[in-house]
Design a protein around this ligand. Structure first.
Ligand SMILES: Nc1ncnc2c1ncn2[C@@H]1O[C@H](COP(=O)(O)OP(=O)(O)O)[C@@H](O)[C@H]1O
Ligand SMILES: [Mg+2]
Length: 263
C-alpha cells in the first residue's frame, strides 16, 4: 500500500522508516507488512481499535518485542538510516535513544533526583556530580517539572501526583538524550488537567524530538499530532496529515472508526 508509506511532512526529514514490518506472537500474526516513513521533529499519532497492533508496532521501534517470549519480528526498520534489528545494535543503547512512556506512570522506587539520574549514570553521561546535577535539572526543566520539584528532589518519585509522575518519566527518558520518544496512551490514567499539561509538553518537545504517540482519543490525536496513522486488524490502513485523516479519510475503515462506528 504505497499510500501508507509516504512522509506526509515533506519539509521534515524522515527519522523512522519501516518496510514490511511483520510481528507474530507464537505463530499468530499481529502485524502485517507495515511500511511507513515517520518525520523528525513532529508528533505522529497511531490510532485504531483495541488489539489492532499499535503497541506491537511501537515495541518494534525499541526492540521491546525481543523481551516477549514467542514474538517474531520481520521486515526492515531504520532510524536515521540505521537498521535497528541489525546484530551490531545493542538494544540497551537503542532504548536510550528511543525512549518509551507507558500508560501507567512507572517511576522507579527511588528519589525524584535518582529517577532522572539513573540513565545518565548507567550510560556514563556525567563525569562529576555537578555535571549530573545539571543533566537532572535540564531534563526536569524540559519535562516542565522543575518548578514543582526543585525543592524536594530527595522525595520519592512515587510521592508525586499521577500527572507529575508521568512528567518525571518523560524527564527520565529525556535525560539520556533520546532521538525518538514513544508514548503508549500516556494520558489514559490522568485527569483532564494533567492530560492538558502533558499535551502542552508534547507540543513543546516536538521541536527537538521525533514523537510517536498511541492514543485512543481522537480528540487528543487531533490536538497534538501533525501526522496520523490508522491501524486496523494489524494493518496500517491510512496515513497522512492529521487534518486530512480526520476531515477527509479515504478508506471506509478509517471513516467508520473516526465517526465512531466501531472501536
Ligand atoms: N505479549 C503478547 N503475547 C501474545 N499476543 C500479544 C501480545 N501482545 C499483543 N498481542 C496480540 O497482538 C495483537 C495486537 O495487540 P496490541 O499491539 O497490544 O494492540 P493495540 O495496542 O492496538 O491495542 C492482539 O491480537 C493482541 O492480543
Ligand atoms: Mg496498546
Amino acid at each position: 500500500m504505497t499510500d501508507a508509506i509516504h512522509n506526509p511532512a515533506d519539509e521534515l526529514p524522515i527519522k523512522v522508516a519501516a518496510r514490511d514490518v511483520t510481528v507474530s506472537y507464537s505463530g499468530k500474526q499481529a502485524l502485517h507488512n507495515v511500511s511507513i516513513d515517520i518525520p523528525d521533529r513532529s508528533v505522529t499519532a497511531f490510532i485504531g481499535p483495541s488489539g489492532c497492533g499499535k503497541s506491537t508496532f511501537l515495541r518494534c521501534l525499541n526492540r521491546m518485542n525481543d523481551t516477549i517470549e514467542g514474538a517474531k519480528v520481520g521486515g526492515s526498520l531504520t532510524i536515521d538510516g540505521q537498521e535497528i534489528n541489525d546484530k551490531s545494535i545493542d538494544p540497551v543503547v537503542l532504548r536510550a535513544s528511543v525512549g518509551m512512556v507507558f500508560q501507567k506512570p512507572n517511576p522507579f522506587p527511588k528519589s525524584i533526583y535518582d529517577n532522572v539520574a539513573y540513565g545518565p549514570r548507567i550510560h556514563g553521561l556525567a563525569l562529576s556530580r555537578p555535571e549530573l546535577d545539571e543533566i537532572v535539572e535540564n531534563a526536569l526543566h524540559k519535562a516542565g517539572l522543575w518548578a514543582e520539584v526543585s525543592d524536594r528532589l530527595a522525595h520519592p518519585g512515587t510521592s508525586l501526583s499521577g500527572g507529575q509522575q508521568q512528567r518525571l518519566v518523560i524527564a527520565r527518558a529525556i535525560a539520556v538524550n533520546p532521538e525518538v520518544i514513544l508514548m503508549d496512551e500516556p494520558c489514559s490514567a490522568l485527569d483532564p488537567i494533567a492530560t492538558a499539561r502533558i499535551e502542552e509538553l508534547i507540543d513543546e518537545l516536538r521541536e527537538n524530538y521525533c514523537i510517536i504517540i498511541v492514543t485512543h482519543s481522537m480528540q487528543q490525536a487531533a490536538r497534538v499530532s501533525q501526522q496520523t496513522a490508522f491501524f486496523h486488524m494489524g494493518n496500517l490502513v491510512e496515513y497522512g496529515p492529521t487534518e486530512d485523516i480526520f476531515t477527509n479519510p479515504r478508506d471506509t475503515r478509517t471513516q467508520d472508526y473516526i465517526t465512531g462506528r466501531f472501536g
